[in-house]
Design a protein around this ligand. Structure first.
Ligand code: NAD
Length: 437
């Protein structure tokens, strides 16, 4: 099959590379010329484990190419995937669909034969209808079907998730489009990945419902963690104690600094906007969004308290070492990372921040120019009054705690990911606080 992927970011590039690995002919398009130039030079514009090798192999096999020229990439394709960004619209939290619609218009002008257009971007209910209108208005004279096929991969484990998905959701009632999508995903179907065919609007909503449910699970355990702290219970044991129940499941029950990243914050907000538009409130998701927003600020206050301050007082001039900046390990994605709010509250309180992250420092520099970036964890903790573990990268899991304590001005650790047993850290001489234990 000939597949065109519009948008070569975290989703488009991974999906395109995996499709080519299945044997399809794939062309990845991006309007960011620097991304395409990097890819053509064999350099990955994002950090995703295993992606460089996958791209290299498939480029060498002649199945994967890159271009900025959408028109030539669309001509003759069997399926065109739209994998452009759908960030929160400034001001109101609706999903910003301008990139999706712009790409749709460009596709409409480039179509040369029967084609299936697939929205892989996360888009609100009804977006497929609007894409279909754009195609109709362009009056191409070709048979065009518009399909929803949301993506569920996780950054940091994206290739495995794409190749062995829990399910593939395809929203269309068009027989020809169904057959094209079966052909696109045939290699996965042979691996027994379930394919769920449903209506387009249902498919669009499945993606938001899934993300809102996961965000709810995280937020639930975060509030239980606060309760654990108040009553002297241990949230890790509570998680295990409830997660072993198959009806609940153990995943997404790790208490922490609140969810962040490029999906949950914007997708929960966009779901609320859809629910408002249809006058059908989703009160649980409203609470999740509110609780999570408050939590990120509360994490800043937690660090200030560990430094001996109250509110934002009494800590001016102190130094905090932050280990981890990305919203989770194994990615360089800084979008909506909890570290951004924590750093802001520390800077507002006059605290200096020295940070390290294995992959996120380059994107972080543009977002947080006022902090000092360090070569490794030990450089970051030098002279600090507290060290905060923000992201549970493996390199922070086995620090030489005595060496860390000796390098610091005061041995204070705030572990927002519960990666250390309290007794180990306390034995190394730290005043230690974590989440819900
Ligand atoms: P991204 O910002 O990394 O990539 C989007 C790319 O699209 C950018 O490189 C941009 O230059 C390009 N682009 C925009 N308009 C274009 C156009 N007209 N022609 C060509 N290229 C264009 O975004 P992402 O993280 O890959 O997310 C893409 C979509 O997938 C979003 O809707 C997101 O919600 C969804 N999604 C993301 C993830 C994730 O983990 N990142 C997971 C599932 C779903």
């Amino acid at each position: 099959m000939r597949i065109t992927m519009i948008g070569s970011g975290y989703v488009g590039l991974v999906s395109g590379a995996c499709f080519s690995d299945f044997g399809h002919d794939v062309i990845c398009v991006d309007k960011d010329a620097s991304k395409i130039a990097a890819l053509e030079a064999g350099k990955m514009p994002i950090f995703e484990p295993g992606l460089d090798k996958l791209v290299e192999t498939n480029v060498a096999a002649g199945r994967l190419t890159f271009t900025t020229d959408l028109k030539s990439a669309v001509a003759g394709a069997d399926a065109v995937f739209i994998a452009v960004g759908t960030p929160s619209r400034r001001g109101d939290g609706h999903a910003d669909l301008s990139y999706v619609f712009a790409a749709s218009k460009e596709i409409a002008e480039a179509v040369t034969g029967p084609i299936v257009i697939v929205t892989k971007s996360t888009v609100p209910v009804g977006t497929g209808d609007k894409v279909e209108e754009i195609m109709a208005e362009a009056n191409t004279g070709h048979e065009i079907a518009v399909v929803s096929n949301p993506e569920f991969l996780r950054e940091g484990a994206a290739i495995g998730d794409f190749k062995r998905p829990d399910r593939i959701v395809i929203g269309t009632e068009d027989e020809r489009a169904m057959q094209v999508m079966r052909d696109v995903y045939r290699p996965l179907h042979l691996n027994h990945s379930p394919i769920l065919f449903t209506g387009r609007r249902t498919s669009e909503l499945i993606k938001y419902a899934a993300n809102a449910f996961l965000a709810t699970k995280i937020t639930f355990i975060n509030e239980i963690a606060d309760l654990c702290e108040a009553v002297g219970a241990n949230v890790q044991d509570v998680s295990r104690g409830i997660g072993l129940d198959n009806r609940i499941g153990s995943k997404f029950l790790h208490a922490g600094p609140g969810y962040g990243g490029s999906c949950f914050p914007k997708d929960t907000l966009a779901l609320l906007k859809t629910s408002e538009d249809y006058d059908t409130p989703v009160h649980i998701v409203e609470a999740v969004v509110r609780v999570n927003d408050n939590r990120k600020r509360a994490m800043g206050r937690k660090v200030i308290k560990a430094l001996g301050g109250i509110g934002s007082d009494g800590v001016k001039g102190k130094t905090v070492a932050m280990l981890g900046l990305t919203f989770k390990p194994n990615t360089d994605d800084m979008r909506d990372a909890p570290s951004l709010s924590i750093v802001q509250s520390l800077i507002d309180a006059g605290v200096k921040v020295q940070a390290h992250d294995p992959e996120g420092m380059e994107p972080a520099k543009a977002m947080m120019p006022d902090i000092t970036y360090c070569g490794d964890a030990y450089e970051a903790v030098a002279g600090a009054d507290a060290v905060v573990i923000v992201t549970e990268w493996d390199v922070y899991r086995a620090l030489d705690l005595k060496r860390v304590a000796a390098a610091m001005n005061a041995p204070v650790m705030v572990d927002l990911r519960n990666i250390y047993p309290p007794s180990d850290v306390e034995r190394a001489g730290f005043a230690y606080s974590s989440i819900g234990r």
